[in-house]
Design a protein around this ligand. Structure first.
Ligand code: F6R
Length: 238
């Protein structure tokens, strides 16, 4: 795992955006998985601002996860957090985007559908994610097996409480559907980004703790092409 610290959120976002743009310029048919949440928003904004007209003409996106029971149109849904700032401005057509439907009546089938979408395109070229304060990647909560592909996950209280920031009103969250850590390990490149002092503690844990399922983000150490990029405020190394 390569660890890199950037002066601030803007510099971190700029670096991540340039990485993504380079990827699609080298491999126009790249399959890219992106997380929702606040952390990637700066990157999305810079990707959109700097993309040339044909950069994403053949690329495919997969959204990392979704809250179970949340309408995809809800502004707090994971889908909205990826679709509004990234997919819509880049004008990616529906056939080149995959979102989990957290309202699917059969969630196991929904996970199988997303697994199939990824597998049929030859896997992920890039998985680009944030990190929860409990170390989750996507909605792979502590205890998630590194062998999982897409699956249903029971959310920890800290994730349920933290997830409220995306919604205008108090919103019952209990489960999520998410790509698995096996997707993370099998992606050609894996990037975890974090910013702000709230993430410093968990970044310290990722840097110092051994690989173990109690700390999902420790999976990054096992990735042959894994990067952990943080801003100075989240830096946990002197
Ligand atoms: C969201 C996701 C989550 C977030 C994490 C950090 O799709 O996968 O794992 O990346 O909870 O959230 P933010 O970026 O809002 O701090």
């Amino acid at each position: 795992m390569q660890y890199q610290v950037f002066t601030d959120y803007d510099a971190l976002s700029e670096h991540a955006a340039q990485f993504m743009l380079e990827l699609v310029r080298q491999k126009p048919t790249a399959v890219i998985c992106v997380a929702s949440g606040d952390t990637p928003l700066g990157t999305f904004q810079k990707v959109v601002a700097n993309a040339l007209p044909n950069d994403f003409a053949e690329a495919t996106f997969v959204a990392l996860d979704e809250w179970v029971g949340i309408d995809p149109q809800n502004p707090g849904s994971c889908r909205s957090y990826v679709e509004k700032p990234l997919i819509e401005p880049l004008k990616i057509p529906a056939e080149r985007v995959c979102f989990f439907d957290g309202m699917a009546t059969n969630l196991a089938e929904e996970c199988a559908r997303v697994n199939e979408f990824v597998a049929r395109r030859g896997g992920l070229d890039l998985i680009f994610v944030g990190i929860g304060t409990n170390g989750h990647i996507g909605l792979n909560e502590p205890g998630s097996s590194f062998e999982n592909y897409a699956h249903i996950s029971d959310l920890q209280d800290v994730t349920i409480a933290g997830g409220q920031k995306y919604f205008q009103d108090a919103t019952p969250l209990t489960q999520g559907v998410t790509l698995g850590l096996r997707h993370f390990l099998e992606a050609k490149t894996a990037i975890v980004i974090a910013n702000g002092p709230r993430k410093k503690g968990i970044i310290g844990r990722v840097l110092n703790e051994p690989i173990n399922t109690a700390l999902p983000a420790s999976v990054l150490h096992q990735h042959p092409n894994g990067y952990l990029w943080v801003d100075e405020a989240a830096n946990a190394k002197n």
